[in-house]
Design a protein around this ligand. Structure first.
Ligand SMILES: [Zn+2]
Ligand SMILES: [Zn+2]
Length: 171
């Protein structure tokens, strides 16, 4: 989804589009989804373009701990200031001062690549650690049982061995 600068005025214009996982080149393979519904409101502000974005997506992935499938629903909003790479490169430009506290991204030439803006935002928003439930017990490293649904006795066995055997001999 590309928007030409001529399409953006001082009155907010809205662009709606959807992205498929295959459109996102930076997303790791372990995250899958059918469609990411995106809405972008763009306004021209002097030397910069203000983007207010929102998106909804349901990501299918696996729990980091037990590897069971997990879906994560994300409804997110974000604000971004887009500036012309060349304008920003000019030292002591006014743009630099007014942008300090905001998230800034750059565009080159006459087009804004909205898909990339949304992809980058999704990567930022993805949780660092993915758990099926907050206190997922994970998989037993010894027998491979999913400790959320089965109880194995591996930890007890290793605690009893081998001294329990010695104890039996002595008595
Ligand atoms: Zn889990
Ligand atoms: Zn076990």
């Amino acid at each position: 989804m590309n928007v030409n600068l001529h399409q953006i005025s001082e009155k907010s214009s809205r662009f709606e589009f959807s992205l498929a996982a295959k459109d996102l080149s930076k997303l790791e393979d372990r995250f899958a989804f059918d469609s990411m519904i995106c809405t972008a409101d763009l306004v021209r502000k002097q030397d910069a373009i203000q983007l207010h974005g929102s998106y909804t997506v349901v990501i299918e992935t696996a729990c980091d701990s037990c590897l069971e499938p997990v879906s994560i629903r994300m409804d997110q909003e974000f604000d971004l200031i887009l500036v012309d790479e060349e304008t920003y490169a000019v030292p002591e430009s006014d743009v630099e001062i007014s942008l300090q506290s905001e998230d800034v991204d750059f565009y080159k030439g006459q087009e804004i690549h909205l898909s990339e803006c949304f992809e980058d935002q999704l990567l930022l928003d993805l949780p660092f650690s993915i758990k099926c439930v907050e206190d997922c017990e994970g998989i037993c490293p010894e027998c491979g049982a999913n400790r959320n649904s089965e109880s194995c006795h591996c930890s007890e066995k290793s605690r009893n061995n081998p001294f329990a055997v010695l104890g039996d001999l002595e008595s």
